[in-house]
Design a protein around this ligand. Structure first.
Ligand code: SF4
Length: 469
């Protein structure tokens, strides 16, 4: 019998997590590690490993094939370009202190698509394969150019029937024309809601009148469009986090039970503010505390609210093929299934790459709407878009669930050759995966119930991650 190579991580209390390259996991104690490392597995060990898919008799047998199938399922499969993020204007009617999207003042000129850029963008979109597209309008505040949004949507509806449209808006100023645009079955709203009213005002709206306008438009959007059509993201300042209870109350009040906590992203103009080297530690502490808070709250209220990214990572641990979050998959090839078109028609592999390029740190553009995608540049970037050969990741039990983010490395440290374990990306994900194991191992009712809901399974039991007795 041959055992597939196992990696492990100590979890405390003489319990270790073992995993193989196909994402198969189990728990065991230190004595198993000694037997495994010295080649002295017991018969019971061998039976357990065989039964749980960590071993095979000979290459090509059913156990071997099953492992190969599971390993392949862990690799994200490239698909055709079908998701396009459009930035028709950089202008915005808010001045958020940490603007993540490199805005321009509302009255500025030269920051909108020209007629020529619009025409070339439509030709670029027309060449996509379809059959349906996902089109996301960002900015700036995209509703400032409602005319451009209308033209794009009308064109895409004709060329790719059944497509979906997402408007990322600050919901600050909406007239009849804007409401009419949003009030359509194929169109969704994504906005920002930074927790409680005081935090939202401090970070975004700056005055009472603008804050009132936002909350009134948010309530109206949920009422008019329906809760499933409106999503909101809170951006969290780790130095001044909002009150958890008020934050979740606010989301639930607007019919939202999935909350994606995001730290302030030091890109765009925010990059110019000094970053704190300990911010990741404090972020991880805050995120873990929020998970504990949600478990307690869910048990108390009987309503199940999730932290979106924690649930996403949990589902990636449990199932192959959970690759729908474009920041967490492996390989994560650039400009394969989605692309960003900036206000000047330049193409970027991600929105973060666009922001990093805009502040002049590095040019990560990969062509423009007239000439198309620069495949040589994409190929160069893609050399570093997988974690399979990273020395630290090779030995990490979380590697099959993790991903890679070259642009984040560049943004935060200005280089791509740091030891993986020193990067923000790695430290954040180690913490999320450790927290998942921590919650799973609690085995108390509040934790088990929340984990089952977040994992989208009917119930949670010890069998979900087997333990070698
Ligand atoms: S980035 Fe870090 S957490 Fe992710 S696989 Fe690599 S070593 Fe593990």
């Amino acid at each position: 019998m041959t055992v597939w190579p196992l990696k492990f991580r100590e979890l405390g209390d003489d319990e270790l997590l073992f995993g193989d390259d196909a994402g198969g996991l189990f728990l065991a104690d230190g004595s198993f590690l000694e037997r495994y490392a010295s080649g002295e597995l017991s018969r019971a060990d061998e039976a357990f490993l065989r039964q749980n898919g960590h071993a095979f008799e000979q290459a090509g047998d059913l156990d071997w094939l099953g492992f190969a199938y599971r390993w392949a399922g862990r690799q994200s499969r490239p698909s055709d370009l079908g998701y396009v993020i459009l930035v028709p204007t950089l202008r915005c009617n808010l001045t958020c202190a940490y603007c993540q999207v490199s805005r321009a003042p509302e009255a500025a000129t030269g920051f909108d698509w020209s007629d020529e850029t619009l025409g070339k963008t439509l030709r670029f979109i027309e060449a996509m394969k379809g059959p349906q597209l996902k089109v996301e309008f960002q900015g700036g505040e995209p509703l400032l150019r409602i005319d451009l949004l209308e033209e794009v949507r009308a064109f895409v509806r004709l060329r790719f029937p059944g497509s979906h449209f997402i408007v990322c808006t600050n919901l600050q100023r909406l007239g009849d024309r804007e409401w009419a645009f949003l009030d359509q079955e194929d169109t969704f709203v994504s906005t920002s809601l930074d927790g409680d009213r005081a935090t939202h005002q401090r970070q975004r709206t700056h005055d009472r009148q603008a804050t009132d306008a936002f909350f009134s438009n948010l309530a109206l959007a949920v009422q008019r469009l329906g809760p499933g059509k409106v999503s909101a993201l809170p951006t969290i300042d780790v130095d001044q986090p909002p009150d958890f209870e008020t934050l979740v109350d606010n989301f639930e009040q607007h019919g939202m039970s999935s909350i994606y906590l995001r730290p302030i992203n030091h890109q765009g103009f925010a990059r110019r503010r000094q970053g704190d080297p300990n911010a990741i530690t404090r972020w991880n502490e805050l995120h873990c505390a929020f998970i504990d808070y949600l478990i307690e709250r869910n048990h108390r209220t009987g309503r199940y609210v999730e932290e979106y990214y924690f649930s996403q990572c949990l589902r990636r641990i449990l199932r192959p093929g959970v690759d729908d979050h474009v920041d967490l998959r492996n390989p994560n090839f650039f400009a394969s299934d989605y692309i960003v078109v900036d206000h000047d028609g330049r193409l970027y592999p991600t929105d973060e790459a666009r922001m990093l390029s805009r502040i002049g740190r590095v040019d990560l553009s990969v062509g423009d709407v007239a000439a198309g995608i620069d495949s040589d540049k994409v190929r160069q970037l893609n050399h570093l878009s997988l974690n399979n050969f990273e020395p630290d990741c090779l030995h990490c039990v979380y590697q099959p669930f993790c991903g890679t983010d070259l642009v984040d490395d560049l943004s935060r440290s200005g280089r791509i050759d740091l030891a993986r374990t020193d990067t923000w990306f790695c430290r954040r994900h180690i913490s999320v995966f450790d927290k998942i194991l921590d919650v799973i191992r609690r085995r108390d009712e509040p934790a088990m119930k929340s984990v089952a809901r977040w994992a989208r399974v009917p119930s949670w039991g010890d069998y979900m991650i087997p333990k070698l007795a």
